[in-house]
Ligand binder design. Structure first.
Ligand code: ALA
Length: 488
């Protein structure tokens, strides 16, 4: 039994899978980088910067971004090495299967659902919020019961002193999920083209924020750069170095997505070289943009006056550039669409990898459309789940679950890359992570440390989710695994 749990997928099987892939190989080096940026820049920079600076870091938000960025860089170097050795669509799941063993791999795959599917669901709800705001700017007001889930609608009605609606449904979140699903079913080329356009718009707007905002920086707003540490009435610490670390755990969400590039290995033209490049390039580009945006924001508006819901747009109205609010809100709506696109794309490719190995039903998760060459059934299933959960659940707190699944995957990958170096030192590695034991150890340490900072309720939910995953493994996956049939 223990042997079964630690059985590993031989590297030769990965190579055979790569040759058999039915997916369309159309993604170039920059197409992959664009997918990475598409997944990274989203709600994190447009919303979380407000609370992180206002409550915890002050102008030192830039340092929080540096800290979170360094932690992600360790993980990205390890992902890049794996992607060069095993360029298959399963990402962290597949890498663990080749190194640590089946049960761990399953466990990672199960938790990647938190990152990708839960991530897409969270982003669908944020998308709806920004869309609502955009419509409002153009004088259209979507009824509250049609743009919120029932619980949030009831809370808002109570706050506004109006009658609680008998029915509520987040229609924008539902509809955008189906638009994204349709693009993903249609083809990887369509998905990549849509993503490229959006990435162009959002990077342009982020650069606009940096350059235009720079003219409105008042250096006095940066003093003190790290405000003095205080403890509030509830015993919660703010500011000081501990505040900077707390802010780093919050803005970590803004970096999630660079690893999604590794799920596209099956559709890359030259995966062994281009996927590692795109993982690292997309992360570095976004880290630089994030640091500059945070410096500009805290320079434009004193940190304690930064808006906590829409900090970027509000900073521009605060300095009198109200027209910029339109541009920023449009970019946020577009930006969040591409995060959903890449997250849902990544989820279906991870399911595909797991189904090919027999750990999930093949007829549902590995069935490729004869014309579109996409895993259409699984894409539709993911769309169904995301659209329903996003339209009826108050999901705002669930972003922490998304971070939790991601942190675990990052920590495991840092460990796994090291294990593979020791066990298979002679394997061809087109990309090698530098300073390996150090980078892997720091990567594991950083990601596990961030996991310890997550709220106890999130830990409880995470443990329940993991237990369900282990039960599914023993009831289904273990018996259906390809390795089980062949008794390897
Ligand atoms: N990094 C993505 C975002 O900030 C998940 O929306």
């Amino acid at each position: 039994m223990a042997n079964h749990l630690f059985r590993k997928k031989p590297i030769a099987h990965f190579e055979a899978d790569m040759k058999k892939s039915e997916l369309n190989r159309v993604l170039s080096r920059w197409g992959l980088t664009s997918l990475g940026i598409g997944a990274i820049i989203g709600g994190g920079i447009f919303t979380l910067t407000g609370i992180a600076a206002h409550e915890f870091a002050g102008p030192a938000l830039a340092i929080s971004f540096v800290i979170a960025g360094i932690g992600c860089t360790f993980a990205s170097l390890c992902y890049a090495e794996f992607a060069s050795v095993l360029p298959v669509e399963g990402s962290a799941y597949a890498y663990s299967y080749g190194t640590i063993g089946e049960l761990f791999a399953w466990f990672i795959g199960w938790n990647l659902i938190l990152e990708y599917m839960m991530g897409a669901t969270t982003v669908a709800v944020s998308w709806s919020g920004y869309f609502d705001k955009l419509m409002h700017l153009f004088g259209i007001n979507i009824p509250m019961w049609l743009s919120n889930d029932p619980i949030t609608a009831a809370q808002k009605a109570a706050e506004m002193g109006i009658e609680v609606p008998s029915f509520a449904f987040n229609l924008p979140a539902f509809l955008i999920t189906w638009v994204v699903t349709a693009i993903l079913v249609k083809g990887i080329k369509e998905a990549a083209n849509t993503n490229n356009i959006i990435v162009f718009v959002k990077v342009l707007v982020v650069i606009f924020v940096i350059i235009t905002g720079a003219f409105f920086i008042n250096k006095a707003n940066w003093t003190p750069f790290i405000p003095e540490h205080i403890i509030d009435a509830k015993g919660l610490g703010h500011f000081g170095w501990s505040g900077v670390i707390t802010a780093a755990t919050i803005v970590f969400f803004a970096y999630i997505g660079f690893d999604a590039v590794s799920t596209q290995a099956g559709e890359a033209i030259n995966p062994k070289k281009d996927v590692p490049f795109a993982i690292i390039a997309s992360l570095l580009i976004c880290t630089l943009l994030y640091i500059l945006v945070s410096l500009v924001l805290t320079g434009m508006v004193k940190y304690d006056q930064l808006d906590m819901k829409a900090p970027v747009a509000s900073a521009f109205s605060a300095v009198g550039l109200t027209w910029a609010v339109y541009i920023i809100t449009i970019a946020a709506v577009a930006g969040l669409t591409s995060v959903m696109l890449v997250m849902m794309l990544g989820q279906t490719r991870i399911f595909l990898g797991m189904a090919k190995d027999g750990l999930l039903p093949k007829n549902l998760f590995a069935s490729i459309h004869p014309k579109f060459k996409t895993p259409y059934k699984s894409t539709i299933l993911v769309g169904l789940v995301v659209s329903i959960v996003a339209s009826v659940t108050p999901i705002d707190k669930v972003s922490e679950m998304c971070s939790m699944g991601t942190l675990l995957a990052f920590a495991m990958i840092c460990g796994a890359v090291w294990i593979l170096r020791v066990k298979e030192p002679n394997l061809e590695r087109p990309y090698k992570a530098p300073f390996l034991p150090v980078v892997a150890t720091l990567g594991m340490g950083f990601n596990v440390f961030l996991m310890t900072q997550v709220r106890p309720d999130t830990w409880k939910a995470f443990l329940i989710w993991s237990t369900i995953g282990v039960i599914v493994y023993f009831l289904y996956s273990r018996k259906h695994s390809n390795l089980h049939e062949h008794k390897n």
